[in-house]
Design a protein. Structure first.
Length: 180
């Protein structure tokens, strides 16, 4: 039976960050070198539990060289509809594919989080070979709120752009900030 590497594996690892040994944790990570840039694309940052965000931003700040830049994409739940289900098929080759189903579960306006059930089904010749299900939680932040968090971590020259400059979309915000 084939093994499928899915978002659910990465999601579970991100949520377990606080349980990892301190040397491996995203918010306590130390490296012998400093970096010119740290990039977290397409909402990966939104997978992190809110209670560790300040520590993560400070850790990123400490890992950057002077004049280093951080680039973080944040997602907004603009398309969330409770109870909605979407299914997409991805062909891997002529015999194999993945059927991906997203079920919108809950939006919590006070805690600023949305939850989904993700179902991944590995198909071979049209038959299900393996199924994985994950509870997928994303946290979101307001523009002013995240700018204040970046400032509190030490960043300056903070800018943001929506949907990589596509003014018709407002569901993705890219923040760029500099360590001075």
């Amino acid at each position: 039976m084939a093994t499928v590497k899915t978002k659910s594996n990465n999601t579970a690892k991100a949520r377990r960050g606080a349980n990892l040994p301190a040397s491996n944790s995203i918010y306590r990570y130390q490296a012998p070198n400093k970096y010119g840039a740290i990039i977290m694309p397409t909402g990966s940052f939104c997978l992190l539990p809110k209670h560790i965000i300040e520590e993560v931003l400070v850790s990123f700040y400490n890992l950057l060289e002077d004049d280093g830049i951080i680039v973080i994409d944040l997602l907004l739940p603009s398309d969330f509809i409770s109870g909605q289900t979407e299914t997409v098929a991805y062909e891997l080759d002529s015999e194999t594919g993945i059927l991906f189903t997203i079920s919108h579960q809950n939006i919590d306006w006070v805690s600023q989080k949305v939850s989904y059930i993700h179902r991944y089904e590995l198909l071979k010749n049209g038959l299900i070979q393996q199924t994985e299900i994950s509870n997928f939680i994303l946290y979101w932040y307001g523009v002013s709120e995240f700018e204040m968090m970046l400032k509190h971590a030490g960043f300056s020259e903070i800018n943001h752009v929506f949907s990589y400059g596509n003014s018709n979309q407002k569901s993705l915000i890219t923040f760029m900030a500099t360590k001075m």
